[in-house]
Design a binder for this molecule. Structure first.
Ligand code: DGL
Length: 266
């Protein structure tokens, strides 16, 4: 495996671009290949069998591109278990951080909210991770199924998004949380709306930075960090290239990105 090989980053759609943004800033000399399965998003309300098949198709496609690492920039897919996705692949897979340490530092009252997809919330993984560090914490998980279709549909200024944020926030505000994690990589696209809804007393955490740090540390340990040459970003999607370009513009400077529509199955 060569350090000059690209890094794969994947998601069900455009959400993982919020992680790619942080990765590109942290590792500017790396070549990134992003895959968003925009033809089949959202994954969060689908069955486990179905999303396992989809993610395996994406990982195999990235393997064909000769990647040295794959970042699962999707909390829903991370919930399937990184070990079970690893299989015989010759590169390391890195999943999304659950952010439990960051949350417990940020939350003085130890009342913590979790916004995520239905699938992620049903696993209770974030709640368990927080309680494993501090069993006195109170965790308030909230499935937010309306968010991904509205974000993929670029409905940022719509009344639907404002109403959905208010609806999902209400029980958590009532519970008196003071820290909230955005445990779906799509949600950083609406972080400002969520922050405005909760107000200054609630710290809203995006686990992208912690995830990127883990990816970097793993490359370092395996002597795979690219330390010279120019980095690049290729953004591939399975549908709606023009929409993906517009959404990518919210996360990355368009000038540094190359865009491609791909087919995952030959
Ligand atoms: N962006 C994804 C996540 O982090 C999944 C969204 C979806 O496809 O439902 O969970």
């Amino acid at each position: 495996m060569q350090s000059s090989a690209p890094i794969g980053v994947l998601d069900s759609g455009v959400g993982g671009l919020s992680v790619l943004k942080v990765l590109h800033q942290m590792l500017p000399q790396e070549k990134f290949i992003y895959v968003g399965d925009t033809a089949r998003t959202p994954y969060g309300s689908r069955s486990e069998t179905e999303i396992r098949q989809f993610v395996e198709e994406i990982i195999s496609w990235l393997e064909g591109q000769g990647v040295k690492q794959v970042i699962i920039a999707c909390n829903t897919l991370t919930m399937l278990g990184i070990d079970s996705l690893q299989k015989e692949h010759p590169f390391e897979l890195v999943g999304m951080s659950k952010g439990e340490q960051l949350l417990l530092v940020a939350s003085r009252k130890k009342k913590i909210g979790v916004f995520a997809t239905q699938f992620t919330i049903s696993t209770e993984a974030h709640k368990k991770a927080i309680l494993a560090v501090d069993d006195s914490a109170e965790v308030y998980p909230m499935a937010c199924p309306k968010f991904v279709p509205l974000i993929e549909g670029e409905q940022f200024d719509s009344s639907q998004i404002a109403e959905a944020v208010a609806e999902y926030a209400a029980p958590l505000k009532e519970a008196g949380i003071d820290a909230l994690i955005l445990s779906c990589t799509h949600y950083p696209f609406i972080k400002d709306i969520v922050e405005a809804e909760f107000g200054a007393g609630v710290t809203v955490i995006d686990p992208a930075e912690a995830t990127a740090q883990t990816a970097k540390a793993s490359l370092e340990v395996n002597n795979l960090l690219s330390t010279d040459g120019e980095g690049s970003v290729a953004i591939c999607c399975t549908a709606d290239l023009e929409r993906v370009k517009r959404l990518a513009g919210r996360m990355l400077p368009a000038a540094c990105c190359e865009f491609r529509e791909i087919s995952l199955v030959p």
